[in-house]
Design a protein around this ligand. Structure first.
Ligand code: SF4
Ligand code: SF4
Ligand code: ZN
Length: 339
C-alpha cells in the first residue's frame, strides 16, 4: 500500500493520505484509488479524488494545503469538544453543591422531586439606538414587505428554512398548550434570563418574508407603509446593547404575533432539556433555576468565567431567590463551600 513519505502512522497502522488519521481498514470499499488510501471522511475522499485529474505538482500542492486545513480544523474541534465536556462536568458539580445548599430553603415538601435548570443571561445594558442600526432594520423590513407583497399568502412565502422554523414553532406550541404549567415555568425562566438567546437578533430580528406575510394576512387593511410603521413603532429610543434591535430593558418590544417563527419556537438547550424531561415525566416537581453570566451563544466561551449570578426556586406561584452567592473557586478548582 502506498503512503506519502512523512505522513504520521498510528503504530503499525497506515494513515490516511490526506488527514493522517489511522485507517481502520487497509482499503475502504468507497475508495476509488486503492493505491492512495484515505479515511472514510467525505472531505478526505474529495481531496483524493482530484489526484487523477490534476498534474502531480498541482495535486501535491493541493494535498498539502487542504490536508493541513482539515487537520487544523479537526484539532480545533477536538479542543472545543474537550472544553465543552470539561465545562459541563465542572458546572454539573457546582450545580450539585448549589442544590445541596438551596435544599435548606426548599419552599415545599423535601420529598417533592427537584429539577435543576441552568440558564444563561441576556444583556441588560441599554444604549441610545444608533441611527445606523435603525436604518439597517428599516431597509430589512422594506425588503421583506416588498417580497411579502408578491406572495398571496404565508404558505407561499415559506422557504425551506422558514418551513422548518414554522414546524418547530407549531411543535413547541403543541407541547406548551398540553402543559400550561410548563409554559408558565418556561416564561418565568426566560424572564429570569432576560433574553440570553436574543443577543444574536442584531438588526434583522429573525424576521422573514413569511413573518411579514402572516402579519399582512392578519391585517388586510394595512398598506405597505402601515406595516412598516407598525414594526418601526415598536422600536424604542433605547435598545439593549449588543442584542436584537427589538430587545428593551423590559423584554421584547414586539408582540408575539409580530415575531418570527424562530423567535416564537426557539428554546435554548437548557429549556429544551427541561421540556424533554417533563415530556417523559409530567410531574414537574420543584424547580431550582441557576442563572449563569454568559449569554446563550457564549456558554462555553473560556475567555471569562461563566459565573453563577442568580439562584432561585421557581414555581408557577413561587419565585424564591436563594442567597448563596458568590460561588467562588480557588485555583485548584475547589468550591468555597467545600472548605
Ligand atoms: S430560551 Fe433560554 S436563552 Fe432564551 S430567554 Fe429563555 S432561558 Fe434565556
Ligand atoms: S424579536 Fe424579540 S424575541 Fe426575537 S430576537 Fe428580537 S428581542 Fe428576541
Ligand atoms: Zn482522512
Amino acid at each position: 500500500m502506498l503512503q506519502r513519505p512523512g505522513l504520521p502512522r498510528h503504530g503499525d497502522r497506515p494513515a490516511c493520505n490526506v488527514c493522517g488519521d489511522a485507517l481502520r481498514f487497509p482499503h475502504s470499499r468507497s475508495q476509488d484509488d486503492p493505491a492512495f488510501p484515505t479515511c472514510s471522511s467525505a472531505e478526505c475522499q474529495y481531496v483524493a479524488s482530484q489526484r487523477s485529474r490534476l498534474a502531480p505538482p498541482v495535486f501535491a500542492f493541493r494535498l498539502e494545503f487542504q490536508g493541513r486545513l482539515i487537520r487544523e480544523r479537526r484539532a480545533r474541534e477536538a479542543a472545543e469538544n474537550k472544553q465543552v465536556a470539561e465545562t459541563t462536568a465542572r458546572e454539573a458539580l457546582e450545580h450539585q453543591h448549589i442544590l445541596h445548599l438551596a435544599s435548606l430553603r426548599k419552599p415545599d415538601s423535601p420529598d417533592r422531586p427537584v429539577r435543576l435548570v441552568s440558564i444563561p443571561s441576556g444583556h441588560t445594558t441599554t444604549t441610545r439606538l444608533p441611527g445606523q442600526r435603525l436604518a439597517s432594520y428599516r431597509a430589512h423590513l422594506e425588503d421583506l414587505i416588498r417580497r411579502a407583497a408578491q406572495c398571496t399568502n404565508e404558505m407561499e412565502a415559506l422557504s425551506a428554512d422558514t418551513q422548518a422554523a414554522r414546524e418547530k414553532r407549531i411543535d413547541t406550541e403543541r407541547l406548551l398548550h398540553a402543559n400550561p404549567a410548563l409554559r408558565t415555568l418556561s416564561d418565568k425562566l426566560c424572564g429570569m434570563c432576560k433574553g440570553g438567546c436574543c443577543t444574536a437578533g442584531a438588526d434583522t430580528a429573525y424576521l422573514t418574508v413569511a413573518t411579514l406575510r402572516r402579519f399582512m394576512d392578519a391585517n388586510p387593511d394595512l398598506s405597505a407603509g402601515d406595516v412598516l410603521d407598525a414594526y418601526l413603532s415598536r422600536i424604542g429610543l433605547e435598545t439593549v446593547e449588543g442584542a436584537c434591535i427589538n430587545q428593551t430593558s423590559t423584554g421584547c418590544g414586539l408582540p408575539r404575533e409580530m415575531r418570527s417563527d424562530t423567535c416564537n419556537g426557539y428554546y435554548c438547550a437548557s429549556l429544551l432539556g427541561f421540556h424533554a424531561e417533563c415530556r417523559d415525566d409530567p410531574d414537574i416537581g420543584t424547580l431550582l433555576a441557576i442563572r449563569r453570566a454568559h449569554s446563550n451563544w457564549r456558554r462555553f466561551d473560556s475567555t471569562s468565567g461563566n459565573d453563577i449570578v442568580e439562584v432561585a426556586w421557581v414555581g408557577t406561584e413561587v419565585f424564591l431567590p436563594v442567597d448563596i452567592l458568590p460561588v467562588a473557586r480557588d485555583e485548584g478548582g475547589t468550591l468555597a463551600h467545600e472548605k
